[in-house]
Design a protein around this ligand. Structure first.
Ligand code: G6P
Ligand code: ZN
Length: 543
C-alpha cells in the first residue's frame, strides 16, 4: 500500500493540557486535526520508526475511526508493531499495564476521561511513555512545538484493520496485534489483592453495587467482580460500554453517579458501592449512607494497604496532589513514611513511583493508584477497598469513623465554576497573586490567615520545576483554601476552589461538611472577589 505524504499546516489549539489533548469531538474530526496531532506526537517523541506502541481507548464515539487513522499513520511512520485492545477498547490503567508488560515504547490512549462522549461532546488523545505513564511536561512541550511547525504527515492508504478479531494482522508491513483488553489486567489484580478473601466475603452474603457508567470498566468489572470473585450477577450496573455513555456524564462523583448514591442512601442499600469513569482511572467509594471523599479514601487505603498481599511489607511512601486534603499526611506521619505534595496531574507521580519513593498516590479528583501501573486505577482502588473490608469485617462507615477518631477529620469540598470567561478567570487569579505577599497575619471574616503562597514544585527525582500550580491560603485553626484553573476543561475556563477544615474534637467528627466549611468558603470568596470578577454567584458543581 502506498504511503501518502500529506501537506498540512499548523492548527490552533493543539496544546496538550493536564492529560493530553482534549477537545470537542467535532474539532477532532475537522480535516487534518487528528492527523496533525498524531504526527506531532510521533515527531515530538523522536519518531516511531521500529517502535512498538499500545493503542486503545474508552470506546467513546470516534474511538474506532480514530484508531484506524492512528494505525495507518504509525505504519507510514515506520512503527514495527501496534498492540490494540479488541474493539479498540483499553481502560487507561489497562493500557498503562500493557505498555509495561509488553515493554512497549509507549502508547496512545483515546479518551476524554470523565467528559461526556458523542459527536457533540468530547474526545481526547494522550501519549504515555515507556514507563506506562503520561508524558512529562518536557515531552508534551516538544509535541506542542511540533504542532506549531508541522508541514506534512504520513499516512498509509489501505483497508481498515479488523479491530474485533483477536490475533495478529499486518498493515502495510506493520504488525497489528489485537488483544483481549481484560485478561492481562485481571491477572495483574490477582497479584495485588487477595482474591480468595474477597471471594469468601461475597460468598458470605456481602453485597455490592458497581456502576460502570456505560463506560470502559463494564467488561473489566463483569469479569473480575462477577466471574472471578463470585459477586452475584447484577452487581455491576451500566456495564456495557456505549459510544455516548448512555447519554450520561461518566464522572464518578455524587452529582453524576446519582442513581448509585440514591441506592446507597436508600433502604436496602448494599454494603458497598463504587463507580468508575469513562476510561476507568477514577473511582468513587460509598458505603451504606456513607460517601467517602477521594482524599479520605487515599488516607484510609494508606492506613490499611498492608492488609493486601502486594503491600504487606509496608509502603515506601505516599503522594498526593496539592489540592488534595491533608488527611493522608497524618496517616503517613503515624506510619513514619514520607508524604509528597505534587501539582495536579497524574504525570507528577511517575518519577516518584519510578524512583521507588512512593507506593500509593492519590488526588481529590477521584484518582487513586499505586506502583502497579503509572496511571490512577479505578477498579484497583475498588478491589483494594474490598480487600480491606474482607480483612477488617467492618462497615465502610465504621472504618471511616475509626480513621477520623485516630487521625482527626479533614472536612473537604470542591467548588467548580465552569465555562467562565477565560480572561475573567485569569483576572481573578492575577488579583489574588498580586496580594499574596501581604496576606499572612491579616484577618478575613472570622478567620486569620497564617500563610498565603502560590504552589511551585521542584521534582525531587529529576530536579524539574513547575511554577504557578495553584494559590493556597492557610488559616489558623486548620482551614485551607486553594484556587486553581482546571487544565482539563474544553470550553472557557473552570475555576476550582478547594476548601478544607481539619477537626480533632471527638464530638465534632460527624458534622455536615458544608456547615463546617462555611467560614473558610466565605473567607475565600471575599479574598478572591470571585463573584465580582467573574459574575458568578454560585458554583456549577459542589463535591
Ligand atoms: C485528570 C488528571 C488528573 C487531574 C484531573 C483534574 O483526571 O488525570 O491528574 O487531577 O484531571 O484536573 P483539572 O486540571 O481539571 O483540575
Ligand atoms: Zn479518567
Amino acid at each position: 500500500m502506498p504511503v501518502q505524504n500529506v501537506q498540512t499546516s499548523p492548527i490552533e489549539g493543539q496544546k496538550p493540557g493536564t492529560s493530553g489533548l482534549r477537545k470537542r469531538t467535532a474539532e477532532f474530526r475537522l480535516p487534518h486535526f487528528l492527523e496533525n496531532y498524531v504526527q506531532s506526537t510521533f515527531d515530538g517523541i523522536g519518531g516511531v520508526d521500529g517502535k512498538t506502541l499500545v493503542i486503545g481507548g474508552d470506546g467513546r464515539f470516534f474511538n474506532d475511526s480514530a484508531i484506524q487513522i492512528i494505525l495507518r499513520m504509525a505504519s507510514a511512520n515506520g512503527a514495527a508493531k501496534c498492540i490494540v485492545g479488541q474493539g479498540g477498547i483499553l481502560s487507561t490503567p489497562a493500557a498503562s499495564h500493557l505498555i509495561r508488560l509488553r515493554k512497549a515504547d509507549g502508547g496512545l490512549i483515546l479518551s476524554a476521561s470523565h467528559n461526556p462522549g458523542g459527536p457533540d461532546a468530547d474526545f481526547g488523545l494522550k501519549y504515555n511513555g515507556p514507563n506506562g505513564g503520561p508524558a512529562s511536561e518536557s515531552v508534551t512541550d516538544k509535541i506542542y512545538a511540533c504542532t506549531k511547525s508541522i508541514e506534512q504527515y504520513l499516512i498509509a492508504a489501505g483497508d481498515d484493520v479488523d479491530l474485533g478479531q483477536r490475533g495478529t494482522q499486518s498493515l502495510d508491513g506493520m504488525s497489528v496485534e489485537i488483544v483481549d483488553p481484560v485478561a492481562d489486567y485481571a491477572a495483574l489484580m490477582q497479584t495485588i489483592v487477595d482474591f480468595d478473601k474477597i471471594r469468601a466475603l461475597f460468598a458470605g452474603g456481602f453485597t455490592m453495587c458497581f456502576d460502570a457508567m456505560h463506560a470502559v470498566t463494564g467488561p473489566y468489572a463483569h469479569t473480575i467482580l462477577e466471574d472471578m470473585l463470585g459477586a452475584p450477577k447484577g452487581t455491576v450496573m451500566n456495564g456495557t460500554p456505549s459510544p455516548d455513555f448512555g447519554k450520561g456524564h461518566p464522572d464518578p462523583n455524587p452529582i453524576w453517579a446519582k442513581t448509585l448514591m440514591d441506592r446507597m442512601y436508600g433502604t436496602d442499600a448494599p454494603d458497598f458501592g463504587a463507580a468508575s469513569d469513562g476510561d476507568g482511572d477514577r473511582n468513587m467509594i460509598v458505603g451504606r449512607s456513607a460517601y467517602v471523599t477521594p482524599s479520605d479514601s487515599l488516607a484510609l487505603l494508606t492506613a490499611h494497604a498492608h492488609l493486601a498481599p502486594a503491600y504487606s511489607g509496608g509502603l515506601a511512601g505516599v503522594a498526593r496532589s496539592m489540592p488534595t486534603s491533608r488527611a493522608v499526611d497524618r496517616v503517613a506521619e503515624s506510619l513514619g513514611i514520607s508524604c509528597f505534595e505534587t501539582p495536579t496531574g497524574w504525570k507528577f507521580f511517575g518519577n516518584l513511583l519510578d524512583a521507588g519513593k512512593v507506593t500509593l498516590c492519590g488526588e481529590e479528583s477521584a484518582g487513586t493508584g499505586s506502583d502497579h501501573v503509572r496511571e490512577k486505577d479505578g477498579l484497583w482502588a475498588v478491589l483494594l477497598w474490598l480487600n480491606v473490608l474482607a480483612e477488617k469485617k467492618m462497615s465502610v462507615s465504621d472504618l471511616m469513623t475509626d480513621l477520623w477518631a485516630t487521625h482527626g477529620r479533614c472536612y473537604y469540598s470542591r467548588l467548580d465554576y465552569e465555562e467562565v470567561d477565560s480572561a475573567k478567570a485569569k483576572d481573578m487569579i492575577e488579583g489574588l497573586r498580586g496580594k499574596l505577599s501581604s496576606l499572612a497575619g491579616t484577618n478575613v471574616g472570622a478567620l486569620a490567615i497564617e500563610t498565603a503562597d502560590e504552589f511551585a514544585y521542584l521534582d525531587p527525582v529529576d530536579g524539574s520545576q513547575s511554577a504557578g500550580q495553584g494559590i493556597r491560603i492557610s488559616f489558623e485553626g486548620g482551614a485551607r483554601a486553594v484556587f486553581r484553573l482546571s487544565g482539563t476543561g474544553t470550553q472557557g475556563a473552570t475555576i476550582r476552589l478547594y476548601l478544607e477544615q481539619f477537626e480533632t474534637d471527638p464530638n465534632r467528627l460527624h458534622e455536615d461538611p458544608q456547615t463546617v466549611l462555611k467560614d473558610v468558603r466565605e473567607a475565600a470568596l471575599a479574598l478572591s472577589d470571585l463573584t465580582a470578577t467573574t459574575g458568578r454567584d454560585a458554583p456549577d458543581v459542589v463535591t
